[in-house]
Design a binder for this molecule. Structure first.
Ligand code: ARG
Length: 478
């Protein structure tokens, strides 16, 4: 059976079904599809199109389909090209004649747009919670890092010492912006398309406002054509996830560097590392590398979707079915990456001695010498050139920097203390800077921001996708 057997004769070709079906991936929309249908039924009652008893029969049937899908008792039929078709078919089998009234005033075009918005908003909240968890791990590690410091780099060259806590929180703030974007995107996507019909609305007295409210949307669509064509929320979500992916990738890149023998700044916990099938001595940072690798794939999903959308005329075109796989995959990959990287960062062991040794050389204090001269009235450019000349001399003539400083008429013995290991970092006192006082203040602000963001996210109380939805990592079940 097809949904269009009145108009077309004969059974659709097998190749058509194989090529156009979306059930293999959109069955993950089952629970939101059923939730949407329930609200649609209640709307049809308010419109006087369904009687209470008809609605009762449909709602009971929808409950049963929900149960069947949730307990994997649901049997899909060969003609079920997508989850919407499958649910309606089964409702009709259970409810009998009234089943034929379920789709009144509705098209799969407004239905699928509604389903996907409901799925996306719930999944985004879930991803947001995972971000908060990783941010919390970073905070915990930053707190326990105390006054440990390491070289800060520019151009991957040692530049100035920074507190380890400062470095860890830098990644935490990037994640805070991701959370900000999630909340922002949630507000924008929380608009119901249900009631737009195929593209133009309906002659029936539908109640899209009431249905929107019923489904927890902030409001209904303004324009039916736009409602069924709009996939901005998918593109935006993919961008948000792609940028999270980029941030995780940058953390991953540093972990790969830090855990190398060359850096030796960190050792991975065995549970979060892998070995080599051939080389017995190897311990590999596969989580970090895959965090880096998956970002490429997610960026591909974003650009792929934008390419799909760019040439589409209004309103619904079947091309739009291509929105789901990239979106679902992006969620799966980023959620797993957040979990794995969270565990890795929670258990990683930092080699503080190695870090501080790398950041303890006198040359990293060069800027402090220059600023010492500035405080005594020397223009900065001149101070920069003076200290630069001393560093160069020290390297070329193999003379310790301290000796040259001591011998220099503008410097002398007083600034020698600046060259002692561990001193430079304590002098980064400006707001937002890398020294202990500034970092303590930053940490407080970061913690407060975390609490605030947790509250902002808690405003969105969408139930997470459940029936027919497999959690990331779970096997594919029909
Ligand atoms: N499976 C379709 C999709 O995901 C549902 C909408 C089909 N609409 C249509 N007019 N054929 O986009």
């Amino acid at each position: 059976m097809t949904l269009w057997e009145g108009r077309l004769s004969g059974r659709p070709a097998e190749e058509l079904m194989a090529f156009t079906e979306s059930l293999s991936f959109d069955r993950r929309l089952a629970s939101v599809d059923i939730e949407g249908s329930r609200a649609h039924v209640r709307g049809l009652v308010r419109a006087g199109i369904l009687t209470d008893s008809e609605a009762g029969i449909l709602l009971v049937a929808l409950d049963r389909v929900d149960e069947e899908l949730g307990s994997s008792m649901f049997t899909f039929a060969p003609g079920d090209e997508d989850i919407h078709t499958a649910v309606e078919r089964r409702v009709t089998e259970i409810a009998g004649e009234v089943g034929a009234k379920l789709h009144t005033g509705r098209s799969r075009n407004d239905q699928v747009a509604t389903d996907l918005r409901m799925y996306t908003r719930a999944a985004l909240v879930r991803t947001g919670r995972r971000i908060l968890e990783l941010q919390l791990v970073l905070l915990r590690r930053a707190k326990s890092a105390d006054d440990a410091y390491l070289p800060g780099y520019t151009h991957l060259q040692r530049a100035q010492p920074v507190l380890l806590a400062h470095h860890l929180l830098a990644h935490g703030w990037a994640l805070a912006r991701d959370l900000d974007r999630i909340v922002d995107a949630l507000d924008r996507m929380n608009v119901s398309p249900l009631g737009a019909g195929a593209l133009a609305g309906s002659s029936l007295r539908l109640d899209p406002d009431g249905v929107a409210q019923d489904l927890g949307f902030a409001r209904r669509f303004e324009n039916s054509l736009d409602a069924v064509s709009d996939r901005d929320f998918v593109a935006e979500t993919l961008f948000v996830i792609a940028l999270i992916g980029v941030h995780l990738s940058r953390i991953g890149e540093e972990i790969a560097l830090w855990s190398s023998e060359e850096f030796g700044f960190a050792r991975l916990d065995d549970r979060y590392a892998t070995g080599s099938s051939m080389l017995p001595q190897k311990k590999n940072p596969d989580i970090a590398e895959l965090a880096r690798g998956k970002a490429g794939r997610i960026i591909g999903h974003l650009t792929g979707l934008l390419a799909t959308l760019k040439g589409l005329p209004l309103s619904y075109n079947r091309d739009l079915q291509e929105d789901k796989e990239p979106l679902l995959d992006a969620f799966d990959q980023v959620d797993r990456a957040l979990g794995a990287l969270g565990g890795l960062m929670d258990t990683i062991e930092f080699d503080i001695e190695r870090m501080q040794e790398a950041a303890g050389g006198p040359a990293v204090a060069a800027i402090d010498l220059a600023e010492w001269l500035v405080e005594r009235g020397m223009p900065f450019r001149q101070a920069h050139a003076t200290v630069g000349g001393l560093v160069r001399d020290s390297i070329e003539r193999h003379v310790p920097l301290a000796e040259l400083v001591e011998a220099h008429p503008a410097l002398g013995t007083e600034p020698l203390a600046l060259l002692e290991p561990g001193v430079a970092v304590t002098r980064r006192t400006s707001p937002g800077g890398a020294g202990p006082g500034a970092v303590a203040a930053q940490m407080e602000r970061y913690e407060r921001r975390l609490d605030l963001d947790r509250e902002r996210l808690a405003r969105f109380t969408f139930s997470p996708p459940s029936a027919g939805e497999k959690a990331p990592g779970e096997a594919d079940g029909a």
